[in-house]
Structure formats: structure tokens, C-alpha cells
Design a binder for this molecule. Structure first.
Ligand SMILES: [Zn+2]
Ligand SMILES: [Zn+2]
Length: 133
């Protein structure tokens, strides 16, 4: 994983949860940091990089933006204001401010789950999209 670090997002948080490997797009990461700075609240990463094996295991779509390969970086994160271990949905307000921060940081593709907000920067997918899980 590239060595450039962001203040509040460690490489450990963004690597694949199964194999600990990953390649994450630097610009996406910088925008995550922008969200963090805008909100001034901790942001928890539910999912960042996924190897193809792990993506399939967690039921990700075949062309998921989370996937990294030898020659492809991941450019997606599932972010939440609630730590995963707490196992609760975000409140409507938490979802609202997280979504607001994503918009503020310049993201144009958002998937809304009660537990997290999927955010990706995939240049090969249509911009200005928002969907529900
Ligand atoms: Zn993996
Ligand atoms: Zn996702």
C-alpha cells in the first residue's frame, strides 16, 4: 500500500479485512480526510480495499469499486459514524451529516445503508448517483 498517510485514515483501516493487503486511490483517501476535517468527528471504515476473494465472500458486486488487483486501485469506502463493533444503525441525522460531508468533499456517488455510507470515486461509473441498499 502506498506510503502517503492521511492524518485520520491509516493504511491499516483501508486494507482488505481478510488478507491485510490493498491498494487504495490516493485522491479518494484525501477526500475522506476532507470529510473528516469538515465533520470534526471520528469516521469508521467498515470496508475499504477488498481482494477479489473477499469481495465475493462479502457479497460485493462483481465490478465493485472496492476491489483492488495487481493493476487496479480500490476507490471505495464504506464509512460510518458508528464503530462497527457497536452494531447499531446510524440515526437519520448521522446519515445526513455524513452524506453532507461526502458532498462537501466532492464525492458524487453514494450508496446509503443504515450502518454505513458507501462512497466511491470510480471514474468508470456514472457520477451523480445515490442509491439505497
Ligand atoms: Zn483480501
Ligand atoms: Zn461499499
Amino acid at each position: 500500500m502506498e506510503q502517503i498517510t492521511c492524518k485520520n485514515f491509516s493504511n491499516e483501516e483501508l486494507v482488505c479485512k481478510h488478507c491485510g493487503k490493498g491498494k487504495f486511490n490516493l485522491f479518494t483517501k484525501i477526500k475522506f480526510q476532507r470529510m473528516r476535517d469538515y465533520l470534526d468527528l471520528p469516521i469508521y471504515v467498515y470496508s475499504g480495499c477488498r481482494c477479489e476473494y473477499w469481495n465475493e465472500k462479502v457479497g460485493g458486486s462483481k465490478n465493485s469499486s472496492h476491489i483492488f488487483t495487481e493493476d487496479k486501485e480500490s476507490c471505495a469506502g464504506d464509512l460510518s459514524l458508528v464503530p462497527e463493533r457497536i452494531k447499531r444503525d446510524m440515526t437519520n441525522y448521522e446519515l445526513f451529516i455524513l452524506q453532507r460531508a461526502a458532498q462537501e468533499a466532492g464525492f458524487k456517488r453514494l450508496g446509503v445503508h443504515r450502518r454505513y455510507l458507501h462512497i466511491d470515486d470510480d471514474p468508470n461509473k456514472p457520477a451523480n448517483r445515490m442509491w439505497l441498499y
